[in-house]
Every structure is written in structure tokens, then in C-alpha cells.
Design a protein around this ligand. Sequence first.
Ligand SMILES: [Zn+2]
Length: 81
Amino acid sequence: MTGAEDAGRSRDACPVCGVHALHLLYFPDVGIGGVRPMDELVGMGDLKPDQPPGIGCTACGSEWESLEDFRAAQRAEGGKH
Ligand SMILES: [Zn+2]
């Protein structure tokens, strides 16, 4: 236990794996121009710049396109039990 994990905890738990490791996905702003090494790194060249930030889980790699999608996943998960 180093405390580093605690600092990275999110308030909400991931609906998929239950770990508090959610973070906002900020899409690259193509309007700024210049080099975007991240695109080559992750191969996300088809992202739309006008999309709002999505939500991702660093523990299991799940991603949601928007907060709305994420909340829907939470409700779906809660309804199963
Ligand atoms: Zn997860």
C-alpha cells in the first residue's frame, strides 16, 4: 500500500469490474494543430473533436462514449442484482 492507488480512486465504481478507477477521456483537440503523437500511439484517428469527454476505466479498459452512456451502464448493472 503506497497510497498512490488511493489518489487515483474515482468516486464512482466501474459498472463492469467494480473498481474505483474511472477517469475522463479527453479527446485530442484537432483545432490546435501540430503533432499529435497520441493518435499514432493508440490509433484513435477517427475521433470527432466535437464529442464531449467520455469515461474510461483504467482497471479493466472499458470505455463509455459519454456520461449518459456510463450512467446507463450503471443502471443496467444495478438492475441485474
Ligand atoms: Zn472497470
